[in-house]
Design a binder for this molecule. Structure first.
Ligand SMILES: [Zn+2]
Length: 406
């Protein structure tokens, strides 16, 4: 039996995209076609596609007969790697929304239920508030999420009565802390909180559970729209949406991982966008297959997301590049009272560890120092900060790496 166990029609869906691509998409036709009586090329012979590959192939990834002006070009920002442009078909928005709403259904959030979104960047004309015309979602944001801003947002949420409150975990955790500190109740009617874009850390999860008292939907997706996965109320791994994308994990050599608990790069084949399909696309994100069956009873593959991009590296005192992974921050993440943290590398062999501590936390800077004292090859400097550095869209990456040349 192969692992992970997929839906019976999973290979058919995958074959349909491959068949379309080798017939109608120049990049794949030249690489794998023409198809003959022997049928389709073997799946494992379809080369992995990188972001750089997407950028250099450009229009050759567009299917024959598709009017390129009908496609929407989306440029990835990202904190690592160079930006690239991805082409979305006109149906992408509707399809994305349908799949995401599907992911929330196990939490009792119906398609038409009110939703609120909280992000750490300006939204709307005044910077704090916006109602999306297409969905009616209430967007809350701000550059500096001071206690006053958080109090106003809490009042808006109580009035809006969302069934789902989603956003960046780092922003939601700030709100949760304020609510716990000031004894503020969860908005009435709330059935779930949800996060995406950043990895949800254990201490953030605890704060959300304590403040809102509802299950948390942790959604994984990416700009390229090749893989979608979401937790269920049992919170044991992220169920892969097998009708959205065909998801694989590969090791450093590009070989497919077929065992649970082995960390690899998430590779996705989008099943929806036939106008500019991406097959076996390397997301740069890391994960591992969750073992066993989920307590909710639903079958199919489940992912555990792992923090850090595949290409995240730091340089130690000897000038050696080291992969930045859980080993660096696991002890730190386990400290209660640490609200957020960020590793910043400015020079080889040096790591600044910026921490945001919960007000009145029992944890001290010295506790943080001992949680990073195992990092041989690096001089660490712990700094207490009011917020960690954010990207242009307000995400808080766990590693900011800008080492100067050795
Ligand atoms: Zn489940």
């Amino acid at each position: 039996m192969t692992f992970p166990e997929r839906a019976p029609d999973s290979e058919e869906r995958r074959a349909a995209v491959l068949s379309h691509a080798v017939r109608h998409v120049p990049h794949y036709r030249d690489l794998l076609g023409p198809t003959s009586s022997q049928g389709l090329p073997r799946w494992d012979l379809v080369p992995l596609l990188t972001r750089e590959g997407v950028d250099s192939e450009g229009a050759r990834l567009v299917a024959d007969g598709v009017d390129e002006t009908s496609l929407r070009a989306v440029r990835t920002g990202g904190t690592t790697g160079r930006p690239a442009t991805f082409l979305r078909d006109p149906d992408d928005g509707r399809r994305e929304l349908a799949h995401v709403r599907d992911a929330w259904r196990p939490f009792g959030v119906a398609v038409d239920d009110p939703v609120a979104v909280f992000v750490a960047r300006p939204v709307g004309a005044e910077g704090e508030l916006h109602v999306a015309p297409s969905t009616g979602d209430l967007w809350l944001g701000g550059v500096r999420l001071s206690d006053d801003v958080l109090r106003r947002h809490h009042e808006r949420l109580v009035a809006h009565r969302p069934a789902l409150l989603r956003g960046y975990p780092s922003a939601l955790a700030l709100l949760a802390d304020l609510m716990l500190r000031e004894g503020r109740p969860a908005p009435p009617g709330l059935r779930a909180t949800g996060s995406s874009s950043e990895v949800l850390l254990p201490h953030q999860r605890e704060a959300l559970r304590a403040a809102f008292g509802v299950p948390h939907a942790n959604l994984y997706g990416q700009t390229e729209h090749v893989a979608l996965a979401c937790t269920c109320p049992a919170e044991d791994g992220l169920h892969v949406d097998e009708t959205y994308g065909y998801v694989e994990l590969v090791d450093d050599d590009g070989d497919v991982i077929t065992e649970p608990d082995v960390v690899g790069e998430i590779v996705g084949t989008g099943l929806g966008n036939l106008a500019a399909p991406l097959l076996r696309y390397r997301t740069g994100d890391r994960g591992r297959w969750a073992p066993g069956a989920c307590a909710c009873g639903r079958a199919g593959p489940r992912l555990d997301r792992v923090e850090g991009r595949v290409r995240d590296v730091v340089i130690d005192a000897e000038g050696t590049s080291r992969l930045f992974g859980p080993w660096f921050y696991e002890k730190l993440a386990a400290l209660s009272g640490v609200r957020a943290f960020q590793f910043v590398q400015r020079r080889p062999g040096e790591l600044d560890v910026d921490v945001v501590l919960v007000p009145a936390a029992v944890v001290e800077v010295t506790d943080v120092e001992s949680a990073v004292s195992h990092l041989a090859g690096f001089t660490t400097r712990v700094r207490r900060v009011s917020d960690v550095a954010r990207t242009s869209v307000g995400k808080a990456p766990i590693l900011v790496s800008r080492p100067t040349a050795v």
